[in-house]
Ligand binder design. Structure first.
Ligand code: NDP
Length: 256
């Protein structure tokens, strides 16, 4: 018997699943929204400062035959995130996949970095991950998936000015390990994707800073956001049920 062809299915890998993505209006988050929707999930995503881009993305996904709902919610505002999660589950049902993607990159030397920027970095990059996960869990099906977008800067910070950002992404490494232990009994996996330089508004490949990063990399180019979304889709999908508590780096050899 040809087992390969007999097990081949035309069903989309995330058919019947629901996903909630923070910071989905632009960049990596938008690529994740598109990819999860193409894989069959009904996706709700949040935005803060880019309402037009968020609504355009939701329309584009719908036009492709997918389902996407754009919701305004500052990731640093627990009440707003809880409201958005309630709206998402009202529209699509309980959540199977939570992607904590929203993040900020505020740069400055430790000698001059303000406490306001330190607090904002912490609130959006770390506290918001805890807040959204805690708020999602009562609405999440057992066997669900939580995927955070960390950074290779959690492992390696090869330029000055990134202390707070690197700290925030290192903090996620410990958070996923501990959360994976807490949620194992519910078969909910918790993982951290750690991109290297990725061509978005945060880190445009063509900018001087972006180009300077290529000398540090084996592949000497930025990732396309779709490449990062591919790893998220793997972690959200049926093949990754045994992956948990992991920090998975996708960085073109930045940390090699
Ligand atoms: P962009 O700046 O291009 O996009 C950021 C996204 O996050 C936007 O959709 C933005 O929405 C949203 N966002 C930011 N702050 C908030 C907030 N407070 N509440 C809700 N949404 C928010 O960044 P990237 O796409 O590059 O980054 C996405 C993630 O990937 C971040 O966590 C970042 O740290 C990480 N990363 C990026 C790398 C890169 O080289 N680009 C490398 C490694 C990690 P809006 O515009 O609506 O406010």
């Amino acid at each position: 018997m040809n087992t390969l062809s007999s097990s081949t299915s035309t069903a989309l890998p995330l058919a019947g699943k629901t996903a909630f993505v923070t910071g989905g209006s632009r960049g990596i988050g938008a690529a994740i929204v598109r990819r999860l929707a193409r894989d069959g999930a009904a996706v709700a995503f949040t935005y803060r400062g880019s309402p037009e881009q968020a609504q355009a993305l939701a329309k584009a996904v719908d036009a492709e035959g997918g389902r996407a709902l754009a919701l305004a919610a500052d990731a640093a505002d627990p009440a707003a995130v809880r409201r958005a999660l309630a709206m998402a589950t009202d529209a699509h049902g309980p959540i199977d996949i939570l992607v904590n993607n929203a993040g900020v990159l505020l740069l400055g030397s430790v000698e001059t970095f303000t406490l306001e920027d330190f607090d904002r970095t912490w609130d959006v990059n770390v506290r918001a991950v805890f807040v959204a996960s805690q708020a999602a869990l009562p609405r999440m099906n057992d066997g669900g998936r939580i995927v955070n977008i960390g950074s290779v800067n959690g492992d390696r910070m090869p330029f000055p000015g990134g202390a707070a950002y690197a700290m925030s992404k290192s903090a996620l490494q410990g958070l996923v390990r501990g959360m994976a232990r807490d949620l194992g009994p519910r078969r909910i996996t918790v993982n951290n994707v750690q991109p290297g330089p990725t061509d978005t508004d945060m880190n445009p490949e063509k900018a001087d800073f972006g180009k300077s990063l290529h000398d540090l990399m084996a592949l000497q180019r930025h990732a396309h956001p779709d490449e990062i979304a591919g790893m998220v889709a793997y972690l959200a999908g049926p093949d990754a049920g045994f992956v948990t508590g992991a920090n998975l780096t996708i960085d073109g050899g930045f940390g090699a």
